[in-house]
Structures are given as C-alpha cells and as structure tokens.
Design a protein around this ligand. Structure first.
Ligand SMILES: O=c1ccn([C@@H]2O[C@H](COP(=O)(O)OP(=O)(O)O[C@H]3O[C@H](CO)[C@@H](O)[C@H](O)[C@H]3O)[C@@H](O)[C@H]2O)c(=O)[nH]1
Ligand SMILES: [Mn+2]
Length: 677
C-alpha cells in the first residue's frame, strides 16, 4: 500500500490549450493596437483615420493607459498557462501514530471589530479537526490582550469538551458551531435521516453552547487538543509588525511548547469548514514523490456569508479558482496569509541548516534563549500534564513573546468572513493593494528579484499581484479622457468604417469574453461576470487608486505603515441589502465622490455626444466614444440608482452628489485645456 500515491495532480489540457491559443491571438491584436496608437503619435497623424485633428496630450495619455493595461494583461496570462486540478487520497495515509504533529496559529487583533464569539468558533473548529488530538495544539494570539478573550477561550475550551465527541460520534462536517447552529447549515444536515438520539444530543449541545457548563468530565481533557493563549508584549518604541509580528511570536512560543513540524495558520474568522483538511494536507507532505522542499499547502478561502447575487465579488472567485489553480500548475500557489499548512522548517529557513553547529550564529538569527535554540534541533514533544501546558520555563516563554525580542536578531528579515459592505471591501483592498505594490517597488520586485529564483511565468504571477493597483491609472484615464474628448466633439478612436476600428472592437470583445469564459467554466453565471466586472472597475478607480497614493505618501515619508483590521461586525441593514443585491453607499465619502464624479462626467458627455450624433447625423466619427460612455453608464447603473432613485439609508448622500456634480463641471470646463495640446 505504501507505494500508492497520496495525491495526484493533472493539467487541464484542453483548458490550457484554449488559453494559450487565445493568448497568442489577443497578444497579436494588442501589438497592432499599440502600433496604431504609437504611429499616429510619433510619425503621421494624418494616418489616424480621424475626423478631427489629433489632440496629442489626450492621445498620449490614452496610449499610455492602453500600454499599461496590456502589460497587466500580459502578466495575468501566466495564470492561464497551465491550470491544474488535484485529488488527495487521505485513506492511504499511514496510521495516526505515524502522522506529524500540527500547531494551529490563530490571530486576533481587535475585539470590537472581531466579535469574540466568532473567534471562539474558529478556535473550536480548529480543535475539532479530524486529527489525533495529542498531535494537535491550538495557539491563539491576542494582540488586544483583552480579558474578555481570555475568559472566552476558557469557555470555548470547556464547550469543546462536549462538542468534539458530539461531532465525531455523529460525523458532523460543519464543525464551526456558529455555522452549524445557523438556520442554513441546519437545513443542510437533513434531520430526517437522523436518529432520535442525535436530535436529543443536539438540543443538549445547543444549551451548552449558550450556557457553557464545567460539569463535563475531566478525563475528556486528555483526549483534547491542547489550547494555548498568548498575548504578546507591545510597546510604543518597538514596531510590532501587526499580524506578521504576532505569527513570529507564536512561532517562538510554540517552539518551546509543542514544536510541531507543521503549522496551520488561520485568521480569527477563518474556521476550518472541512475537518479532514489536516489529513488532506498531509497527503502532500507524506507522499514519497513530493519534493522535500515543499514548503506549504494552501487551501482556498471559502466564505459562508455569500449571497446569490454577490455584488461586491466578496467570494474572490477569480483569486481562488482561476489564479491559484494556474499558479499551482507552475511552481505552486501563492501564500494567501490564511488557511495554509506550512513546514516549520521552511520558516526557520536556510540560516538554521547553514549554521547548524555554530551556536553564536544561531543566536544571531533566532535570539539568545537556550530552550528555544534547543527546540530548533528537537523533534515534536508536547509538554502536557493534566490538561495543562507545562512550559518548562514560563520566564522563557514570556521572553519569547516580548516586544524587544527581535532586536539584534535576524527575525523579521528572514522569517517574514467575506466583507459584505462596499466600504469594508475598499478598506481591505487598499491595504492589500498598498502592501503588494510596496513589495513590487522594493528590491524584492518579482520581475527582478524573483526571476533569478523562479520560472518567468511564476514571477509574472507574483508581479501581477504586486502591480495590480496600477490598474487605477489607466482606468481613471479611460473614465475621463475619452469623455472630455466626446464632450468637445473630438475623437480618439478610429472611424467605424476604418479597419483599425475593428481591431479595437475585437480586442474589447476578446478581453471581455476571456473573463466571461473563465466565469462560465467555473460554473458561474452571466450575472457573476457582470458583477465582477463592475466591482473591478469600482475598485480600480477607488481602492487601487488610494493604494497607489498610500504607497506614494509612504515613499516620500508622509505616512507610516498601518493595518486597518477588516471589520467582522455585521450591520444588519447592510447585510440585508447585500443579500438583495443592493449596494450600500455608506462610509468614506472620498470613495463615493470619485465614483459619482466619474458617473456624472459620463452622463454629461454621453448625452452631449448622443445629441451631436443625432443632430449631425454622423455616426462614424464618435461612435466609439458614445459606446464607451454607454457601457460605463450601463455597468454603473446601481450608482446612478443610488444617486437619483433610492430613498433608503444606503443611498448616495445628497451632499456627495452635489459635490461630485460641482467637481465634474470643473473638470468639463478644464477639459478644453487638455485638448489644446
Ligand atoms: O496587528 C494586527 C492586525 C491583524 N491581526 C490579525 O490578522 C488577521 C487578518 O486581518 P483581517 O483584518 O481579517 O484581514 P483580511 O483582509 O480579512 O485578511 C486577508 O488579508 C490579510 C493581509 O492584508 C491577510 O493577513 C489575511 O490572511 C487575509 O485573509 C486577523 O485574524 C487579525 O486579527 C493581528 O493579529 N494583529
Ligand atoms: Mn479577515
């Protein structure tokens, strides 16, 4: 049996072939389009096939935008080159006593934004993983150091004493109590098929969930995974490095408690929806054919609060179904920050092996404590007495969690619920966009630093993520410059009768159908495609734009690093609207002003352009522009509705509309200056 593969992966040949052919055709068309733009700009503007003289500045800007969009498009093709699917056979795993131990790291930062009950659900779901309990240790890092969290974790631990046996006895798959007891999950577990005994026990458990009792037998504790609460020291003068800092502390503290060779990292709201995930991950680590250098196994994020009409694309479909699968076919998916199993060894890195015998070097890398240095060489050994973690030296654990620990060591240099409101979505995307762009502009730029260390296709995947915020500049241009031209009766697109027009048309259709086919291939719908397109446009002109500004301000020293935690508190009204597919335009007015200004600009120029087309009866010259504005307005319809038709609290505030209208009037009147050059 031992020689059987524990997992198989196969390339989706047909999909890969279609993708590659499409990439080639689209690439050729893009070259033609860029040639047209450049030749008019550089050589001969009379060849433009335009009805009016070429406004050079506007032409240059729109050409630069198209170049930038083409660059990002090219990077993205790496994800489509070699998509794979994988299957695991956890039944073929060696017996429990041969499995490696796992330490689970969960981070929490702010009990106001991250409801404690949800965090405890995550803790309990991690404890209920289908894995030998004596090989599982769950660590909770509490960055807020909140007494409430400490209290709650005790309660969660005693709840787990009843919950774990209940789950394994009845084969419950949804081991996240919050989701299990919610109505929807309820319906899924078809009660009709269950015995009376099950229903009685379930009711009993429900009571325990509400009112945790300590009466459950102590002997259960020994069959439970160990649960450790860590609150690290934070001081003003020491940079605590947010979540990365918290994970580093857990890495050190766990080193002297359980020191498991494998680590599962979870965000505080990322419960394990599949209790077999730990064994599935082991299928990759323990397969004799797997590379010894396999560092981590990334699971996709699945969200339990997604509505049918997911207007904000909160499920991040493109990331976890299209992109990660594509990167997996190259050299492995990208670490997403949560939901991954990583080898401890991979985190300690090469510095440990190189300097294995040199204590001084080890101390330089990892800090002075002897116990911790010793743990680097030790294998898994859990210090576990009578249900309590017996840390050999509590002082040492405290030292490992102190804020000054990393000073004078190489730490930090070497070891490095779906949002359902527009505002939260924006906050999250600014943070991602800003952090990733900073990497892109640092010496770790994937295209330079990466290309000597990984395949060019893999570097392109990382580069796309790093530079994604740069969508903001071309999309902002696309939403303003053709409109200003249209308003002034000037064209930036070839006449409809010119063959060049066909190139533009085919490029647009090709790019949209590439996206559409991706969505449909993953069992998505037309509506999902439309929603994704819309939220991408919204993000580009807002979140990505702010991310670029953030990076700029950090570069010139006007802003410090920060981490605005994504709120997990639900606003009932917003959730209701999200479920009905209605946008909530509450929150930061800056976002809204940009969106509403752009929409107003498009409304005005569309009307002016349409009027001109009808009055002059000439459709050939400006059709491209009129169509672009129409398309933008059509996809922005929810914003127009929010400005004009809606009366509820989630509408666009009237003040925002007024300011935006004023700004767009200013832009329109300044537009002729742009067109003079
Ligand atoms: O100073 C901090 C800040 C955050 N966190 C924790 O980090 C996690 C992620 O924060 P969250 O606000 O939930 O970020 P999201 O945008 O929802 O998460 C995504 O984006 C993060 C990076 O921006 C990644 O770290 C996450 O894994 C990824 O799921 C949460 O458990 C936080 O409690 C800390 O422990 N300390
Ligand atoms: Mn989160």
């Amino acid at each position: 049996m031992e020689n059987f593969p524990l997992h198989v992966g196969h390339v989706r040949q047909l999909q890969a072939a279609i993708n590659r052919v499409h990439t080639l055709i689209h690439f050729t068309l893009l070259l033609a389009l860029l040639y047209y733009r450049a030749s008019v700009l550089l050589f001969d503007s009379s060849k433009s096939n335009l009805a009016t003289p070429v406004p050079m500045l506007a032409w240059a800007l729109i050409s630069a935008s198209e170049l930038q969009l083409s660059f990002l498009w090219l990077l993205r093709q790496a994800y489509r080159w070699r998509p794979v699917s994988r299957t695991v056979f956890s039944g073929r795993l060696p017996p429990d006593d041969k499995l490696p131990a796992i330490d689970v790291f969960i981070c929490i930062a702010d009990p106001k934004k991250e409801p404690t009950v949800e965090v405890m659900d995550t803790v309990v779901s991690a404890m209920s993983l289908e894995y030998p309990p004596e090989k599982l240790t769950v660590y909770l890092s509490d960055d807020a150091g909140s007494p409430l969290t400490l209290y709650a974790i005790r309660e969660a631990s005693s709840f787990a004493r009843s919950w774990l046996p209940f789950c394994s006895k009845h084969g419950i798959e949804t081991r996240f109590p919050g989701a299990y007891f919610s109505a929807s999950a309820h319906e899924k577990e078809s009660l009709l098929l269950r015995s009376k005994e099950f229903i009685e026990e379930r009711e009993a458990i429900k009571v325990i969930q509400n009112e945790v009792s300590d009466a459950v037998g102590q002997e259960q504790a020994n069959k439970m995974p160990l649960l450790v609460y860590v609150s690290r020291e934070k001081r003003q003068n020491y940079h605590h490095n947010f979540k990365a800092g918290a994970l580093n502390v857990l890495l050190r503290v766990s080193g002297i408690i359980s020191n498991a060779p494998c680590i599962l990292v979870l965000d505080c709201d990322m419960y394990c929806n599949d209790p077999t995930s730990a064994k599935q991950a082991m299928c990759f680590y323990l397969d004799p054919r797997s590379s010894k250098r396999l560092a981590f196994v990334q699971f996709p994020q699945i969200f339990h609060n997604i509505s049918n009409n997911d207007i904000y694309d909160s499920q991040l479909r493109s990331i976890f179904t299209t992109r990660w699968r594509g990167a997996d076919g190259l050299q492995g998916p990208i670490l997403s920050g949560t939901g991954f199993y990583i080898r401890r060894e991979a985190l300690y890195g090469t510095s440990r092996q190189k300097t294995d015998n040199d204590l001084l070097q080890l101390r330089k890398c990892f800090g002075p404590p002897n116990l911790f240095i010793a743990s680097l060489k030790q294998n898994y050994k859990r210090n576990f007495v009578n249900g309590d973690a017996s840390v050999e030296s509590p002082q040492e654990a405290q030292l490992l969690a102190s804020c000054s620990y990393e000073r004078n060591t190489e730490w930090g240099e070497k070891a490095s619920s779906a949002t359902v409101s527009l505002n939260d979505n924006m906050v999250q995307n600014i943070r991602w966009g800003c952090g990733l762009l900073e990497v892109g502009l640092s010496r770790f730029c994937p295209l330079i630093y990466g290309s000597s260390r990984m395949s060019i296709l893999q570097s392109m995947c990382y580069a796309f993520l790093a530079f994604r915020s740069l969508y903001s500049l071309p999309i902002l241009c696309y939403a303003t410059i053709p409109q200003l031209c249209l308003f002034n009766g000037i064209s930036l697109y070839p006449k409809v009768s010119s063959p060049w027009f066909a190139i533009f048309a085919i490029v647009y259709v090709s790019i949209l159908s590439q996206h559409l086919s991706e969505v449909l291939f993953e069992a998505g719908s037309l509506r999902m495609w439309w929603n994704e397109l819309r939220i991408w446009m919204i993000k580009s002109v807002t979140a990505y734009f702010f991310a670029c500004l953030d990076v700029l301000m950090k570069l010139i020293g006007l802003k410090k690093a920060n981490f605005i935690v994504t709120s997990k508190v639900v606003d009932e009204a917003q959730v209701e609207r999200y479920k009905m597919g209605v946008f909530s335009f509450e929150g930061d007015p800056f976002f809204l002003v940009i969106l509403v200004t752009l929409v107003t600009l498009n409304m005005v120029s569309f009307t002016a352009g349409l009027g001109r087309m009808i009055s002059t009866n000439k459709y050939d010259d400006i059709f491209g522009h009129v169509f672009l504005s129409f398309f933008i307005l059509r996809i922005s319809y929810p914003i127009i509705e929010g400005m004009i038709l809606r009366r509820d609290n989630g509408r666009v505030p009237v003040s925002v509309t007024l300011i935006s209208v004023a700004i767009s009037m200013v832009i329109l009147s300044l537009g002729c200056i742009l067109l003079m050059y």
